[in-house]
Design a protein around this ligand. Structure first.
Ligand code: SF4
Length: 320
C-alpha cells in the first residue's frame, strides 16, 4: 500500500487550551516499505499513528492521508470502517497485551473482532491462520490471558491485528515492557511478517530496535517530523542535531559512555514559533528564532537552518 501524509496536524483539547500534538507532518511510503518513527515521550509519535488509523479520541485531525488512491480523512466513519480499518490497516496498541479481556478466552476475543468487522468468511480457518502466522499453536485459543506468558500475550495481540490480513500495521511500542529475550522474539516475528509482504509503521523511543525493521525512519521532536530519510542515511549520516544527539545516547559495544541531550522538550500547549529544539541545540544561531522549513536531503528532508546552505553548515561544524 502506498501512503502519503500531507500537512497532518492533530490537536487535543484540554482545560488549559489546545495541545498541538502533531504539526505539519509530511512523508511518503512506497508499496511494501516500512517506516520507523522515533523520538522522546510525548513528541507526538503515538498521536501520529492514531491519526492515521482515525482512532484519536478527544482530538481533531487535519491535513491529508492518502492510502493508495483514497483520501481517508474525507471518508465517513462507516466507510473507513468498512473498507480500511483492520482490513487494509490495523494497529498493535501500546501496552496492548494488558488490554486482553481477562474473563474471555483468546478464541472468544478473536471471534469478537471478526463479528465487529462483519466478517463473512470461515471464522475457524481465519483465526487459526492468524495464530499460526505468529508461530503459536491453536491450543492457546482455549486459554484465558492469565494462562499465557508475556511474550505469548504479545503474539496474540499481534495476531489479532493481522486477523483480516491488513497490508499495513501500525505497531506502537510493541516491545516496550518485555524482557530482552522476548523483545528479540517479537522483533524476529515482525521481520518474518515483513519478509512475507506486510508493511509496518513501527513507533518506539528505541532507535536501536528501529534499525532492525525499518526501510525509512522519521524522527519526531515537539510534535514535528524534524528528519526523514532512509534507515541507512539516518544511521550513517544523521543531519539534525537532535537526531545526532539521540544516536549518541545509544550505548555501544566499544564501551564509549553514551551522552544525553540536556534540557527538556517544549510545551505543546503553546509551542514556540522558533525552532523547537533551540533551547537544547548546541549549534543554535540567530536565524533559529524563525521556524526552519524542510530542506531536501539525499533520501528525505531535515528541518534545520544548518542545511540552508553548505557554508553555514561548515562554519557551525568548525565551531563545535
Ligand atoms: Fe539547532 Fe538551529 Fe537547527 Fe534548530 S534550526 S536544530 S536550533 S541549528
Amino acid at each position: 500500500m502506498k501512503i502519503s501524509v500531507r500537512d497532518l496536524t492533530a490537536r487535543y483539547f484540554s482545560s488549559n487550551g489546545p495541545v498541538h500534538a502533531v504539526e505539519n507532518v509530511n512523508f511518503d511510503l512506497n508499496e511494501g516499505e516500512s517506516i520507523g518513527i522515533a523520538g522522546e515521550s510525548a513528541c507526538g509519535k503515538s498521536t501520529l499513528g492514531l491519526s492515521i488509523i482515525r482512532m484519536l479520541s478527544g482530538g481533531k485531525v487535519e491535513g491529508k492521508i492518502i492510502l493508495d488512491d483514497d483520501s481517508i480523512l474525507d471518508l465517513s466513519e462507516s466507510e473507513f470502517n468498512e473498507k480500511f480499518r483492520w482490513k487494509k490497516i490495523s494497529m498493535i496498541f501500546q501496552g496492548a497485551m494488558n488490554s486482553l479481556d481477562p474473563v474471555f478466552t483468546i478464541q472468544d476475543q478473536f471471534e469478537e473482532v471478526l463479528k465487529q468487522h462483519k466478517f463473512k468468511g470461515n471464522f475457524e480457518k481465519t483465526i487459526n491462520d492468524a495464530i499460526h502466522s505468529v508461530s503459536l499453536d491453536e491450543v492457546v485459543l482455549k486459554k484465558y490471558p492469565h494462562e499465557l506468558s508475556g511474550g505469548m500475550k504479545q503474539r496474540v495481540v499481534i495476531a489479532m491485528a493481522l486477523l483480516l490480513k491488513p497490508k499495513f500495521v501500525i505497531a506502537d511500542e510493541p516491545t516496550t515492557a518485555l524482557d530482552v529475550l522476548i523483545q528479540a522474539q517479537i522483533i524476529n516475528l515482525l521481520k518474518k511478517l515483513k519478509r512475507e509482504g506486510m508493511s509496518f509503521m513501527f513507533i518506539t523511543h528505541d532507535l536501536a530496535v528501529l534499525s532492525e525493521i525499518s526501510d525509512k525512519i522519521g524522527i519526531m521532536y515537539g510534535g514535528q517530523l524534524i528528519e526523514f530519510g532512509s534507515s541507512f542515511e539516518i544511521y550513517k549520516n544523521p543531519k539534525h542535531p537532535y537526531t545526532q544527539g539521540l544516536l549518541k545516547s545509544i550505548p555501544t559495544l566499544k564501551g564509549d559512555a553514551p551522552s544525553y541531550i540536556k534540557g527538556v522538550p517544549p510545551s505543546l500547549l503553546q509551542p514556540p514559533t522558533e525552532c523547537r529544539f533551540i533551547e537544547r541545540c548546541p549549534l543554535a544561531m540567530e536565524k533559529c528564532k524563525k521556524l526552519p522549513p524542510n530542506f531536501e536531503t539525499k533520501s528525505g528532508f531535515v528541518q534545520c537552518w544548518l542545511y540552508e546552505d553548505e557554508k553555514l553548515l561548515q562554519l557551525s561544524q568548525e565551531n563545535m
